[in-house]
Design a protein around this ligand. Structure first.
Ligand code: NI
Length: 186
């Protein structure tokens, strides 16, 4: 479909709660997901939420499609140390932490380009929802996968990761925090 412009922090729509999807397997929903996928790939995002491209619906996508000849785990250049997360379309999600354990980790966001911050997230997470065809998704995940889902689903409630940073000393420019790494601009 198309690479869309990503709204940046400050845009009011990023602070709104998004609406639930009412109809699955519709042309409009498939077009939205194609736009999200094109935009995420173009910007090397770990994930993206519909509000980031100006659509206030409870739709997120994240992860990477497995490649055909793969021993080679697909690696996101923005998060080269991350475990691979399977490509997922997640609609009308519900999240439930499993246990109280929290883990600090670096996050960035396509809506906050050029910056990184340390954010605590639940280590273990149960999430459920639907794919674009209305098929249920139900998973128990940990670590980076759990972090990505928490970050993306926050977008559906108008929450951006800087709002979850505990110590603002842990928030800054990517190329200042990581001067020797070839990290992309956003
Ligand atoms: Ni984000």
């Amino acid at each position: 479909m198309a690479v869309k412009q990503v709204l940046r922090m400050g845009a009011p729509l990023l602070l709104q709660a998004a609406q639930a999807v009412q109809q699955f397997d519709s042309p409009g929903l498939h077009a939205l997901i194609a736009d999200l996928e094109d935009t995420m790939l173009a910007m090397n995002g770990a994930g993206i939420a519909a509000p980031q491209i100006g659509v206030s619906l409870r739709v997120v996508i994240f992860g990477q499609k497995a490649t055909a000849d793969d021993d080679a785990t697909p690696i996101n250049p923005r998060y080269p140390d991350a475990d691979a997360v399977p490509y997922t379309v997640l609609i009308n999600p519900t999240l439930r932490p499993v246990g109280a354990e929290l883990e600090d980790g670096w996050e960035g966001c396509l809506s906050v380009p050029g910056m990184r911050g340390i954010v605590p997230r639940f280590t273990h997470l149960h999430y459920a929802g639907f794919d674009q065809y209305g098929q249920p998704i139900d998973r128990l995940v940990s670590g980076f996968h759990a972090r990505v889902v928490q970050h993306e689903c926050d977008h559906l409630d108008g929450v951006l990761y800087p709002m979850r940073i505990v110590n603002l000393k842990d928030f800054g420019y990517t190329d200042v925090f990581f001067p020797n790494q070839d990290v992309q601009d956003d």
